[in-house]
Design a protein around this ligand. Structure first.
Ligand SMILES: Nc1ncnc2c1ncn2[C@@H]1O[C@H](COP(=O)(O)OP(=O)(O)OP(=O)(O)O)[C@@H](O)[C@H]1O
Length: 536
């Protein structure tokens, strides 16, 4: 060990009373490390053991054994022991000679001096004179002498003094112990559990089939109890809502607009002489009768004085080129549009005068599949049925039957927005049928529907017609119309150019050929030669 300047003055008087053998010289680096440990308050004064630093650790471990066991801590929350880590790297142990036990007070005093003059030690190491080494050794013993027991026998007591040395060390550890205690409070890592719990939430989102009732109950009121004026509300709000409510309620969109603007609620019936398109029972009101129905959009006359009479139990087709006025005509039949002039009767009930009574006898598949598509298929069918005044149990039973017929059973729990176009069309067709109306008004019911489903729909409709129901549909499928319909009307530019039974209309041609004749033939395709030049 290097000479320690501070103890020299204190130990001079008693020097020689007990002089231990001089310790061997210590390399400068090790001595500096030892002093660094001393400056940190570490136990470098304890006699070096054969194992060096490990011996010091074992001594500390023995002291730790006297401390009551700590509660187990989670690895993550256990604080790092900063004071132990450097001790493992303490290099002084191997070369430090044996030293006598030194009381803690002396050690503290001597290391205080060392800490005050840390840079003075290297110089004595450069000149390792034996005299300098003799001085430090007696230092501890002569410090003991001033104490009550001068006899060297008392020196063993210093052996008991190390105990106080060991006491202060455990002190920091008890300080460490309380620290972990609060951490166990942090342990409640049950936090991840509540995080895991929310995962099941998506399931209740998928289950929301009890929702239909709360969703449906509020809205039927304005519809079922409505008179013509109440339809101003759906007009103001939502196009989709108004479509469905108008299909089921008392008025139509134009009624609402007219009433809101202070105009007349319905068109004045025009004089009309019924053309009997197809044979019906004498004296029985036709399922559908149009008299001079006209509708214009600005300068465009979409429907121009259309007359139709369709007996009950008919399967009737409305055909025509794009923009001919088919959808406009069907919309006026359904009550979605109010004619500019003319009248619409459903089973003898004037739609303009008694929209509620007329609509109660109709089921409508509108052209655009606008609906409440955030509902599931089952919810939407429930909505349709309850709005029609059916009891929920009846609705559920019929919905299951229709879904089975249209191969939608597995899709009933899914939102309608996720349906394909064909699935949506079949679902809305089921909704149009759920209240068993006398008349079905279907705008292109087979569009986007696969052949299998088309066959199913045709079978259902044929059975429906055979039992007395009436169907009027629009379609571009001439073959289909020719095959399944009893009567047909060809409408071009808003006017009916031909009507009657299918045989009457097609004559000696196919219905497609007759359609082309009436619609004006093929358009001019000249001038498109550039299409064959290919830009690449
Ligand atoms: N809301 C509207 N506003 C303005 N014009 C309209 C409106 N609805 C339809 N029309 C016009 O009325 C005419 C008839 O349209 P409609 O939809 O009834 O034809 P369509 O026979 O059903 O055609 P498609 O076979 O293509 O469905 C077209 O000229 C169309 O542009």
């Amino acid at each position: 060990m290097p000479p320690r300047p501070q103890p020299e003055t204190d130990l001079a008087p008693d020097r020689g009373s007990a002089v231990p053998p001089p310790p061997p010289a210590v390399p400068a680096a090790e001595a500096a490390a030892a002093r660094a440990d001393a400056a940190d308050g570490r136990d470098t004064m304890s006699p070096p053991s054969p194992s060096g630093a490990q011996g010091a650790d074992s001594a500390v471990a023995e002291r730790i054994d006297d401390i009551p066991p700590k509660p187990p801590l989670p690895a993550a929350s256990r604080p790092p022991r900063k004071k132990r880590a450097p001790r493992k790297n303490a290099p002084a142990a191997p070369a430090v000679p044996d030293k006598p036990e030194i009381p803690a007070a002396v050690a503290a005093a001597s290391y205080q001096g060392a800490a005050q003059e840390p840079m003075a030690t290297p110089e004595p190491l450069v000149a390792p004179e034996p005299e300098a080494f003799v001085e430090p050794a007696p230092e501890p013993e002569q410090v003991i002498l001033p104490e009550p027991d001068p006899a060297p026998v008392v020196e063993p007591e210093p052996a008991s003094e190390p105990e106080p040395e060991s006491e202060p060390e455990p002190e920091p550890e008890p300080v460490v112990e309380p620290e972990p205690e609060p951490e166990p409070v942090v342990e409640p890592e049950p936090e991840p559990e509540p995080v895991v719990v929310p995962e099941p939430e998506p399931e209740p989102v998928v289950v929301p089939e009890p929702e239909p009732e709360p969703v449906i109950e509020p809205e039927p009121e304005p519809v079922m109890d409505a008179d013509a004026e109440t339809f101003k509300e759906p007009e103001r709000s939502d196009v989709e809502a108004s479509d469905l409510e108008l299909l089921l309620g008392d008025g139509d969109a134009d009624d609402a607009e007219a009433v809101a603007e202070g105009g007349e609620p319905a068109a004045v019936p025009a004089p009309w002489h019924p053309p009997h398109d197809i044979a019906g029972n004498a004296g029985e009101a036709p399922a559908l009768r149009l008299r001079g129905v006209t509708k214009s959009f600005g300068q465009t006359r979409a429907v121009d004085a259309v007359d139709l009479e369709i007996p009950a139990g008919s399967f009737y087709g409305l055909v025509g080129p794009n923009g001919a006025g088919k959808t406009t005509t069907l919309s006026m039949i359904a009550g979605l549009l109010r004619p500019d002039s003319g009248t619409v009767e459903i089973a003898g009930v004037d739609l303009g005068r008694d929209p509620r009574g007329a609509k109660a006898q109709m089921g409508v598949l509108p052209d655009r599949l606008r609906t409440f598509d955030r509902l599931s298929g089952r919810q939407l069918l429930h909505y349709y049925g309850v709005l029609r005044g059916l009891r929920p149990a009846v609705v559920a039973e019929r919905a299951a039957d229709l879904a089975r017929a249209f191969d939608l059973t597995s899709a009933l729990g899914r939102p309608v927005s996720d349906y394909s176009a064909g699935m949506t069309k079949k679902l809305l067709l089921a909704g149009a049928m759920i209240h068993a109306p006398r008349l079905l008004v279907l705008d292109e019911p087979f569009e986007a529907v696969d052949p299998v489903s088309s066959g199913v729909i045709l079978e259902i409709l044929s059975t429906y017609v055979a039992s007395g129901g009436t169907v009027i549909l629009s379609s571009h499928g001439m073959d289909l119309v020719e095959r399944v319909c009893d009567g047909v009307a060809v409408i071009v530019a808003g006017q009916v150019l031909a009507r009657g039974t299918v045989d009457e209309v097609r004559g000696d041609h196919t219905l497609a050929e007759r359609f082309v004749q009436l619609a004006g033939g093929r358009s001019d395709v000249e001038g498109l030669e550039w299409l064959h030049t290919y830009s690449d």
